[in-house]
Design a binder for this molecule. Structure first.
Ligand SMILES: O=c1ccn([C@@H]2O[C@H](COP(=O)(O)O)[C@@H](O)[C@H]2O)c(=O)[nH]1
Length: 288
């Protein structure tokens, strides 16, 4: 049987070749209007296909946000299926941002939908929420691994409401987020003991979170949304991630998409962020 190349390895290569950056595909109603499109399925399709064609050969990771497709009903989900297929054909890896989390038996159905290549909604990786208990994610972790796919687990999210749950302390004094980070570290430990350069289980840590005080070295990629529209800058990444900076994949959606619909302007916006991240990495490496 062919063993698929792991998501962590593929992402490591893509980050090296294209630079560490994830472009979000978030077809907000306001962005559709700004691009001269109607807020309907045809507008959704034109918007997202333009974004994939403009950015797919430039960025390491494309991240369609499922909510903006689901709000158009079943025809919107059909557009999402097409976007995933087209994006996979560009050379970028595809992370479906859908933040699923449920009891374990239901998680197997989500795993079948998002992590099994027989499903049209299967991307290279998927976002999940561990707040029904990390163990409930087991079906997604196992199915993703079996097919060489990745999983990003929410740890310290970029929104201001996140800390009331994620900074809460257990009886032993550790935060809930630290527990999530520990579980992800353990999930990656076995593959990193082999020859994998990067684990396939990542975490989401917002670029807006400031100095977290947590150990962010989990062996997998660190997705950092919050750049641009949510107020964080590329330079903030140094404060948030410190020594873990080389594993960070900064992510921005509106910051890039706001430059459209001109494909070259979209590419330029993505390249500006990639250049800024590379510059930050260089400055950090010369200080180390
Ligand atoms: O903690 C999180 C987790 C996910 N997101 C998602 O990322 C994008 C951010 O969009 P911007 O336009 O760059 O603000 C969006 O899809 C969120 O659902 C996040 O922001 N924070």
């Amino acid at each position: 049987m062919n063993v698929p190349r792991s998501f962590g390895r593929r992402l490591h290569v893509a980050m090296g070749e294209r630079g560490p950056f994830c472009a979000g595909i978030d077809p907000h109603p306001g962005l559709l209007t700004a691009w001269g499109l109607d807020d309907d399925v045809a507008g959704l399709e034109r918007f997202s296909r333009t974004a994939v064609e403009a950015l797919g050969d430039t960025v390491a990771l494309l991240k369609p946000q499922s909510a903006f497709f689901e709000r158009h009903g079943s025809r919107g989900v059909a557009v999402l299926e097409r976007v995933i297929a087209d994006a996979k054909g560009t050379g970028a890896l595809v992370l479906l941002d859908v933040k699923r989390g449920d009891i374990g038996s239901t998680m197997q159905a989500y795993a079948d939908a998002y992590c099994d290549p027989r499903s049209p909604l299967c991307a290279d990786a998927v976002t999940v929420s561990p707040y029904l208990g990390f163990g409930s994610l087991r079906p997604v972790l196992d199915t993703a691994r079996a097919h060489g796919n990745g999983v990003f687990v929410l740890a310290l999210t970029s929104n201001p409401e996140g800390p009331e749950v994620q900074h809460a302390r257990r009886p032993d004094g550790r935060t809930v987020a630290a527990t999530v980070l520990d579980h992800v570290r353990a999930a990656n430990a076995a593959v990193l003991a082999g020859d994998e350069p990067l684990g396939s289980v990542g975490v989401v840590v917002g670029a807006t979170t400031g100095g977290t005080g947590e150990d962010l070295a989990v062996g997998g990629p660190l997705l950092a949304p919050g750049i641009g529209a949510q107020g964080a800058t590329v330079d903030d990444l140094a404060t948030v991630f410190g020594a873990a900076l080389p594993q960070v994949v900064p992510s921005a959606s509106r910051e890039v998409l706001g430059a459209g619909p001109d494909p070259q302007a979209l590419r330029d916006a993505a390249r500006r962020t990639i250049d800024a991240v590379r510059d930050l990495l260089f400055r950090a490496s010369t200080r180390a």
